[in-house]
Design a protein around this ligand. Structure first.
Ligand code: ASP
Length: 379
């Protein structure tokens, strides 16, 4: 695991103070190492402490041209460079900066994101750490976000942030996004809201927010569920009291290094010609198959029949999601075999299914219950 630690002292209003010196010894060491290797303006005891994990992406991207917003190298700059671009952060918090990895987000995987989750949990367990920030490539940010949301058991703010323009571009959005993310992680009103996604002045829930546009700065949205709040400058502003996703499950990933393999297959006209893809997925070791179904999780009837027969035969879990980009598919009904992804899009449903399979094994009822988390059970 890549673990070069750096620290920059930073700060924002309204949060409890915490001193890096008070951290447990094993966490304190990262800070000490950082001091040895990087410049720091010291620790301000009156400010809250947050932990910041850099993972790469466009926010850490670099190109020789200031106008390049494609073809740049993602994950080129380290966390100290990103923090240095926002000296105002020293008015907000003390930061324990950790270079977790430095890659384009397509190189992230669930082994890494589970490790990231455990590392964050370890820091949040310290009474002296107020919250956590992760910077990440936007392409798969939502997958890491839901992993953190489903596996971190803490009321402290966890914020994941990215950027759409590399750090070297004119009007790069990363520095301000990072300032807002760090500000959010130090904000008392951010507690109890699960993992949050922030970019372009918006705050969204990790459970629902998805990337909707490969170019636009205003790409992260949850059309149906909306935003949790926005920023006025660097100050977060929430629309509602904290309201966790209904019955959201928590998964204990202690000791997990890998998760069961889950494949996503996509629905389309003529998909009956591609029935061999189901067998290929199972042959490659898939323990679950999520279908990005047309409309309400639909598939060609021949393909659907083959899917059902092949998966049942191999004890492979079947989850129906929707390719529409929004809304929720209807549950399969009592005794149904196909698990409904409900409001989770296919890539988020994949993470949920992996965690659920790792926890319950091939238990359709238990898995459906995890997916029913945002399905109202009252009334
Ligand atoms: N390709 C980049 C990545 O996901 C895109 C981004 O960060 O916006 O790492």
């Amino acid at each position: 695991m890549l673990f070069t630690s750096v620290i920059a002292a930073v700060a924002l209003a309204g949060a409890a103070s915490a001193r890096v010196e008070d951290l447990p010894r094993h966490l304190r060491l990262a800070y000490r190492d950082a001091i040895n290797t990087t410049a720091t303006n010291g620790n301000n005891a009156s400010l809250p402490t947050i932990v910041y994990f850099g993972t790469g992406g466009t926010i850490a991207g670099s190109d020789s041209s200031a106008t390049a917003v494609t073809g740049y190298q993602a994950g080129a700059l380290g966390v100290q460079t990103l923090l240095d671009a926002v000296p105002e952060i020293i008015n907000v918090t003390n930061i324990i900066g950790i270079q977790f990895t430095n890659v384009a987000s397509d190189e992230m995987n669930t082994t890494l994101t589970m490790q990231l989750s455990r590392n964050i949990s370890e820091y949040l367990a310290s009474p002296d750490v107020f919250g956590a920030v992760v910077s990440h490539g936007t392409d798969t940010l939502e997958e890491t976000a839901i992993m953190l949301d489903l596996t971190i058991k803490s009321d402290k703010p966890v914020v994941i942030v990215g950027a759409m323009r590399p750090a070297t571009a004119i009007s790069a959005d990363g520095p301000y996004n990072l300032l807002q993310a760090i500000s959010l992680a130090t904000y008392a009103g951010a507690a109890g809201r699960g993992t949050m996604v922030t970019l372009n002045d918006r705050i969204g829930s990790a459970f629902y927010t998805t990337k909707t546009n490969p170019r636009s700065l205003d790409t992260f949205k949850a059309y149906e569920q909306g935003y949790l709040g926005n920023f006025v400058g660097a100050t977060p502003r929430f629309w509602y009291e904290p309201a966790p996703v209904l019955n959201k499950p928590w998964f204990n990933i202690t000791g997990f290094t890998t998760l069961p393999h889950v494949t996503i297959l996509y629905a389309y006209e003529d998909m009956n010609l591609d029935i061999p893809l189901i067998s290929a997925a199972i042959a490659s070791g898939a323990k679950g198959i999520v279908v990005a179904g047309s409309g309400d999780g639909g598939t060609d009837s021949t393909w659907g029949a083959a899917w059902s027969a092949l998966c049942k035969n191999a004890s492979v879990a079947m989850v129906a999601a929707t390719r529409t980009g929004d809304g929720s598919d209807a549950p399969d009904g009592p005794g149904g075999y196909t698990i409904s992804a409900n409001s989770l899009n296919p890539e988020k449903a994949k993470i949920m299914l992996q965690l659920s399979l790792a926890t319950h094994g091939y238990n359709i009822t238990a898995i459906q219950k995890d997916f029913d988390s945002d399905y109202p059970t009252f009334g």
